[in-house]
Design a protein around this ligand. Structure first.
Ligand code: GLC
Length: 744
């Protein structure tokens, strides 16, 4: 009956529209679903395949995989055989290409996509650094500013947030994520989706893209694009939660990952794409492949040829094909051969068309091509001040022996370190339209704070050094009261295809530190990197260590704000800092093993290394402040709970210092005996609080069945009776513990 009225209404509208010379899908007054339905009936199979075809239009963010030049791509767009372009930037260029697409038979507008990972032109701290702020609201704001700037430049869709959990600093892409914890990664993912998308009802937000689905962060040995081989229990408990949270936050799209799961490339994995994403999670947006990941199923050894790749991708439920063009080449043929059901094609195409209608592009294809916005709303002073604030909160103070920090601005300081004065090494691979030349270097930032400052390189761009560089640095440092040494790696090693087998401080920089240490001045190491580096050899030679990450446009100012004391560091690392390379991967939420370290009072027969400790140099959740905090009166409401109970957890935190300070109070649990083993700790809550000197605050948490449960191999939540521990503290290591028993 309902269909009858729908069809009747449609007929009425068609009649009316013909009179108006306007087709239903062109009628902005009609519901989107109706407009999608109408245009779909008018499309050929080739045009439908076109909507599933995304082509690169500008700078390459992947290898060249087809011989189509720009000319051919524009011809395809004119024929209605392109649904989206990526890497086309700016109102002029997007308008020009949109005009070409609007010449197609049905005038279906393109979606323009871009990697707005941590800012468009105002560059924010890398997501890994942002996550160390533990300020979800701020991360959402940062994403919304990035969206506002990118949408002012003609962009509709960002390929962010990256939701890949990872604990391997050999992998360059850890910089794009939120570290090693799934619970926190899920909260960050949702916050960023909401920031990017808003309600998608204005042209100041972007469609988000949950990537890289799934488990790309588990690449073996941290080697880019490498094999992933994990169990379903680990997939469900460690890797999937952030993707799920981002989907639940309403993300418009999801991106396939490059890797395989259970021997099947993700683009062809029905288990991941259809069974989990579509059926179990009810994702109703659309999927886009990662760069040529459909075609790469051939190289993986899963597809026989391009046509087989197109078929296997579609059979799995994957949809839009980024850059490989196997879909536009073979989908129509596969439909005609009856190998792909047109119903499935229509379902995929409908979702893409839905978002084009929702963004208003059918009614105004140039809605985002607003030159006035582009000229006035990008890289504003206001946006930069927000970026500076975000950067301050992202910095992690790892060591501060004898309170050498903060350093008063009237001190005579020396700054040593090539990177501190090298804009080109400041930013990472994913800087979108950010310009290193527009970013504040560490030297610039410190000069803004310290009138009496000198600078020397200390090492070369490749992090090696030589006697004359060291001599110059030593001579200059000898005349200073405090020495700042910028060590680490260039920002260009942050991002895709930047795996490092040795994520550590270089020999040259160690040599420099040794020489500087001999002069007996306080040394503050300022570490620049898009990943945790091995700091073990440097640590004893310096009095303070500030993990500065890659902080974007306001990097230098934010670091200067910290070391001068203007901002009291509040960051806590979301990735463990390994003690040695041999330890990698090392992470806080590890399993106990059958012979945990030092259980039998002596070391023999324990799960350990003979040459290093099991513990990382700095654990997940760790970060110092210029303030100090005391945890007391830790209590839980019950020691025996039922599955339906809520467990109230409370701890009193006191600021025992003489200055305002922020503390991230963390809550962890442990499930001692379960049908699949559980980690020795799992983050299940946190609160970032600000306390005045001497101020106390009772911090309350509530634990429910959800936090105490886990996933079985089938992805079902399981809550089992038994002993649990509850931990609270200022890091995953420095905690107090109480036990509770869950009964049936
Ligand atoms: C790249 C990355 C992905 C990015 C895409 C488009 O290869 O894996 O994260 O969004 O291609 O640039």
């Amino acid at each position: 009956m309902k269909n009858f009225f729908l069809i009747f209404q449609l007929l009425l509208t068609v009649t009316f529209a013909i009179a108006q010379k306007q087709l239903p899908y062109q009628n902005a007054k009609l519901p989107i679903e109706q407009r999608v339905k109408d245009i779909l009936t008018r499309m050929t199979v080739e045009e439908k395949a076109g909507q599933l075809n995304q082509l690169n239009g500008g700078v390459f963010t992947g290898p060249a995989v087809n011989d189509n030049g720009q000319q051919q791509k524009m011809q395809l767009a004119k024929e209605g055989k392109v649904g989206s372009m990526l890497n086309v930037i700016g109102t002029t260029e997007t308008r020009a290409i949109q005009q070409i697409a609007m010449q197609s038979r049905l005038g279906i507008p393109l979606l323009f996509a871009y990697d707005v990972i941590h800012g468009y032109k105002t560059i924010f701290p890398i997501p890994l650094a942002e996550a160390c702020s533990w300020d979800l609201k701020q991360m959402s704001i940062n994403a919304s500013i990035a969206a506002s700037e990118a949408s002012a430049a003609g962009i509709h869709w960002t390929f962010a947030p990256m939701c890949d959990v990872s604990n391997d600093p050999r992998w360059g892409r850890v910089m794009e994520g939120a570290g090693e914890d799934p619970y926190y990664g899920a909260l960050v993912a949702a916050a960023r989706v909401k920031g990017f998308q808003g309600n998608l009802n204005d042209n100041k937000h972007l469609m988000a893209c949950v990537k890289h689905f799934a488990a790309y962060g588990a690449v073996e040995a941290g080697r880019e694009y490498n094999q992933v081989d994990i169990s379903r229990v680990l997939l469900w408990n460690k890797y999937l939660p952030p993707y799920k949270a981002a989907v639940d936050a309403g993300a418009a799209t999801v991106m396939n990952a490059f890797n395989v799961f259970e021997g099947v490339p993700v683009s062809g994995s029905k288990y991941l794409v259809t069974d989990i994403l579509r059926k179990k999670w009810g994702f109703d947006g659309f999927l886009v492949s990662d760069w040529a990941s459909f075609k790469e199923m051939i190289a993986h050894g899963y597809a026989a040829d391009e046509k087989d790749a197109a078929l296997k991708a579609f059979e799995a439920g994957s949809e839009m094909d980024m850059e490989s063009q196997v879909t536009i080449k073979y989908l129509a043929e596969l439909v005609k051969e009856g190998k792909v059901a047109i119903k499935q094609v229509d379902a995929a195409v409908s979702k893409i068309l839905y978002y084009k209608f929702k963004l208003g592009l059918f009614d105004d294809p140039y809605k985002y091509c607003n030159v006035e916005r582009e000229n006035n709303e990008i890289f504003t002073l206001e946006n930069r001040s927000v970026a500076r604030k975000a950067a301050q909160a992202s910095i992690v103070l790892l060591k501060n022996r004898n309170k050498v920090l903060p350093v008063a601005s009237d001190k005579k300081v020396a700054l040593v370190g090539f990177f501190a004065n090298s804009a080109d090494d400041l930013l990472d691979f994913w800087i979108a339209q950010g310009k290193a030349s527009e970013a504040v270097t560490l030297y610039d930032g410190l000069k803004n704070k310290y009138a009496n400052i000198s600078f020397s390189n200390g090492y070369l761009p490749d992090c090696t050094t030589n006697d004359s560089l060291i001599a110059a640095a030593v001579a200059q440092a000898a005349t200073a009261e405090v020495v700042f040494v910028n060590i680490g790696i260039s920002g260009i090693y942050g991002g895709e295809e930047r795996s490092l087998a040795y994520p550590q401080i270089s020999d040259g920089q160690i040599q420099l530190l040794k020489a500087l240490k001999k002069i007996g001045k306080p040394i503050v190491a300022l570490v620049s990197s898009g990943r945790p580096l091995i700091l073990t050899e440097a640590e004893p030679m310096v009095d303070a260590i500030v993990q500065c990450w890659i902080l974007g446009t306001e990097q230098g100012n934010a670091i200067a704000d910290i070391v001068s004391g203007e901002y009291n560091p509040s960051g806590k690392t979301v990735m463990s800092f390994p003690y040695a390379i041999g330890q990698i991967p090392v992470y806080y939420n590890h399993f106990n093993t059958g012979r945990p370290d030092s259980t039998n009072g002596n070391l023999a027969w324990n799960s350990r290394y003979r040459d290093i400790p099991n513990e990382p140099l700095y654990p997940f959740g760790f970060g110092l402040s210029y303030s100090t905090f005391k945890y007391s009166d830790f209590n839980i409401s019950k020691t025996v709970i039922k599955k339906t109970d809520k467990l109230n957890v409370q701890v009193t935190v006191t600021n025992t210092s003489n200055r305002d300070g922020e503390e991230v109070v963390q809550l962890y649990i442990r499930d001692y005996a379960a049908s699949v083993i559980r980690p020795v700790k799992e983050l299940k809550g946190f609160q970032k609080i600000l306390l005045k000197p001497g101020e106390q605050q009772k911090v309350n948490f509530v634990l429910t069945a959800k936090e105490l449960s886990f996933f079985d191999a089938a992805g079902s939540r399981v809550l089992e009776p038994g002993k649990f521990s509850v931990f609270v503290g200022g890091s995953s290591k420095d905690v107090q513990q109480l036990d509770v028993h869950l009964i049936k």
